[in-house]
Design a protein around this ligand. Structure first.
Ligand code: GRF
Length: 212
């Protein structure tokens, strides 16, 4: 039984999709905990109502600058490791991570980013895609490395950008696919289907890694 810890900062709809898929499809895995850096994250209530352990490591309780960031990540790591996870899943976790933290979870931490990486790393991806006149946008699941929104790509979802789209309409279209793609990617990890070779993910069972 693989143990999964999910980190959130807010709504937690991707976390919810993963929790539901795990139960419906009976993966050989359990959600050991949902951890938030914000005490008011809406997703915490969903996790609690499904009998999942929750914890809060409030980033505001740590000092400013790099020392604060290091101290926060050290405490977060301590709390995560208390749940002995095989996989850490970042699901809308809005923190920049220190290199040491990412090395500690190398090849066992996934993130979902709402763009077709390597395009549009960072924030406001949908707005930037619209402003650039992109015809397609989407989301990417990738392994986490020290460089923000980089790391081996596990899966991508593609949606058309439609005339008249705004940030809200485009993000809603992308989110629908995120909710299909992220549970699939987590399941592949749990089933031992993902191998990283020369920085590229190879899926051993050869299922489709693209969603549209
Ligand atoms: C998603 O769009 C995800 O791609 C991004 O943050 C958002 C999180 O949404 N990283 P939710 O908290 O999972 O509902």
């Amino acid at each position: 039984m693989k143990r999964i810890v999910i980190l959130i900062s807010g709504r937690g709809s991707n976390m919810e999709a993963i929790v539901r898929a795990r139960a419906a499809e009976q993966w050989p895995a359990e959600i050991a905990a949902v951890i938030s850096n914000r005490p008011d994250a809406a997703g915490l209530a969903f996790a609690q109502s499904h009998g999942i352990a929750t914890a809060v490591v409030d980033h505001k309780a740590f000092g400013p600058g790099q020392p604060g960031r290091e101290a926060f990540d050290a405490e977060l790591q301590r709390v995560i490791d208390g749940f002995a996870p095989d996989l850490v899943v970042l699901a809308g976790f809005m923190r920049i991570l220190t290199p040491g933290f990412t090395v500690h979870y190398a090849e066992r931490m996934l993130n979902i980013h709402p763009s077709l990486l390597p395009a549009f790393t960072g924030l406001h991806t949908h707005k930037r895609a619209i402003e650039m006149g992109c015809k397609f946008s989407g989301a990417t699941v990738h392994f986490v490395t020290a460089e923000l929104d980089h790391g081996a790509i596990v899966a991508q979802a593609v949606v058309p950008v439609q005339p008249g789209d705004d940030e809200a309409s485009l993000s809603a279209r992308v989110l629908k696919l995120e909710h299909r793609m992220y549970p699939s990617a987590v399941r592949w990890f749990v089933e031992g289907q993902l191998a990283i070779e020369n920085g590229v993910v190879r899926q051993l069972a050869g299922e489709a890694q693209s969603f549209s």
